[in-house]
Design a protein around this ligand. Structure first.
Ligand code: C2G
Length: 138
């Protein structure tokens, strides 16, 4: 049983996130995703549109994800890797080099991001659209 772990905000869940999770699942058997809490996001200087609970619910519904945990601080990765007998820590290559210190605990892999989409771009694109008609029947 090969266990993979990753961390992130995953706000406005989009196909870039899905492609990453699909590739992560292909690396092993069990994929653990640690979702940043709203409080931790504040430390990262990020404000998610969806709350932690909402983002965790979406990740839990993703076919590639086996376990959703909370990410509350930078240092938890070491204890998570030991607690869950993690074989691979993997994350998008926008973080390349940031987590090399985990290499003594498990394999560390940085995967290419899906460049043409980001949560920030989605927010910016939507901000310039005219208000949509009545959303009650979405
Ligand atoms: N990602 C991707 N392609 C995109 C957007 C995001 O592959 N177009 C990946 C990121 O590289 C990351 C994951 O999806 O691996 C989640 O992205 P974010 O929610 O932006 O994660 P971030 O806020 O950077 O948090 O301790 C690590 C941090 O919590 C990572």
């Amino acid at each position: 049983m090969k266990t993979i772990i990753t961390y992130g905000t995953f706000d406005l869940f989009h196909y870039g996130h899905v492609r990453l999770l699909a590739r992560l699942k292909q690396l092993g058997d069990k994929l653990i995703v640690c979702v940043s809490t709203d409080e931790f996001n504040a430390q990262k200087g990020k404000a998610a549109f969806f709350s932690y609970q909402q983002r965790a619910e979406i990740l839990a519904a993703c076919r590639y994800v086996d376990l959703v945990l909370s990410e509350t601080h930078w240092g938890q990765k070491v204890t998570d890797i030991e607690k869950y007998s993690v074989d691979i820590f993997a994350i998008g290559d926008d973080w390349r080099g940031h987590f090399d210190h985990l290499q003594h605990l498990c394999e560390v892999i940085y995967l290419p991001r899906t460049d043409e989409i980001s949560t920030t771009e989605i927010k910016n694109d939507l901000a310039f659209l005219p208000p949509f008609p009545d959303a009650s029947n979405d």
